[in-house]
Design a protein around this ligand. Structure first.
Ligand code: PML
Length: 300
């Protein structure tokens, strides 16, 4: 089936949100989700069940518990989106990646006329492990104030992607130093959902999985930037921080939390996936506000 036919078939079927969480006692092991048409529901259910049962965070192989929730989604409530363009840093060490992040934050600060110091100090907290205990994203505003929604951070949920797009991205991303995999695809959807909120400017994310050492920054007018070696193997630190371009009043804060955690977004289009580039090349592109492909995902 062509991508176009797939898109229209998908949108004619009944749609379901499917969300899986695997855990052992109090310990979170794995999570995943999708928005799927009725015809693909059983296959996705099986794939997410296998993902939960085979989590790499369960070395003792104690059978985990799985919560799986399937809910019908009102078609009219579904927002269609475009995934961000994907870039990747060429880096062979943690130190190289961290000094690139520092230079990138300076560059974004200059480009957007904001002080990069609070951003940098919150990033340090993420890699030093001071954010443990948060289960979702926290927010940072241009004046340096921080807000942790609901005391634990907001979980970005209710998103999905057409199977053909998932497949093509998985194949192409194999050329990246960190390769490909479902974590990358899930993270790209989360980042694209966050960046589609008009006042989000930058997001930085580090996996709290000790074995997953690739993180990313998603940046307005640029895209999703993969950062290999953002932390060292074996390090359980991680978290997700979103910087907004302006302060948000109570109503604006409620609006963003509701959008991120409840509005269903189905990604029916993707952008380009670029080959890895040196830090110098990426900093040049960042300053120019991206390249030929748009850096803001479309939402309709
Ligand atoms: C997570 O595990 O929650 C974050 C995954 C980050 C993926 C980064 C990438 O591979 O592009």
């Amino acid at each position: 089936m062509t991508e176009k036919n797939e898109r229209s078939a998908w949108l004619q079927e009944d749609l379901f949100s499917i969300r899986m969480r695997a855990f052992s006692g109090e310990r979170h092991l794995s999570g995943g989700e999708d928005l799927v048409g009725r015809g693909a529901l059983a296959e996705r259910l099986l794939a997410l069940t296998e993902q939960g049962l085979n989590s790499t965070r369960n070395p003792d192989r104690i059978p985990p518990s799985l919560n799986i929730r399937i809910e019908p989604v009102e078609k009219d409530s579904v927002v269609r989106g475009t995934l961000l363009p994907v870039h990747c840093l060429e880096s062979s060490s943690h130190q190289e990646t961290v000094s690139f992040v520092s230079a990138a934050m300076e560059t974004i600060g200059r480009r957007e006329a904001i002080d990069p110091v609070p951003l940098w100090s919150h990033f340090r907290r993420l890699i030093e492990g001071s954010e443990e205990g948060l289960s979702g994203a926290s927010f940072l505003f241009p004046g340096g104030e921080r807000w942790i929604p609901e005391g634990r951070g907001v979980r970005v949920t209710h998103f999905g992607i057409l199977p053909s797009i998932r497949q093509s991205l998985l194949e192409e991303a194999n050329q990246h130093p960190s390769g490909s995999g479902r974590r990358f695809i899930d993270a790209l959807q989360i980042a694209s959902k966050i960046q589609s909120f008009p006042s989000s400017l930058l997001e930085i994310c580090i996996s709290d999985n000790p074995e997953y050492t690739t993180g990313y920054m998603a940046i307005r007018h640029f895209g999703y930037l993969r950062l290999p070696h953002i932390k060292s193997a074996g390090d359980p630190s991680g978290g997700r921080l979103i910087l907004f371009s302006k302060e948000l009043d109570k109503e604006g804060q409620n609006e963003v939390v509701s959008f991120l955690s409840r509005t269903p977004v189905l990604f029916t289009e993707r952008s380009q996936l670029f080959s890895p580039s040196t830090g110098k090349t990426l900093l040049g592109k960042l300053l120019q506000r991206g390249d030929t492909t748009h850096g803001k995902p479309g939402i309709s």
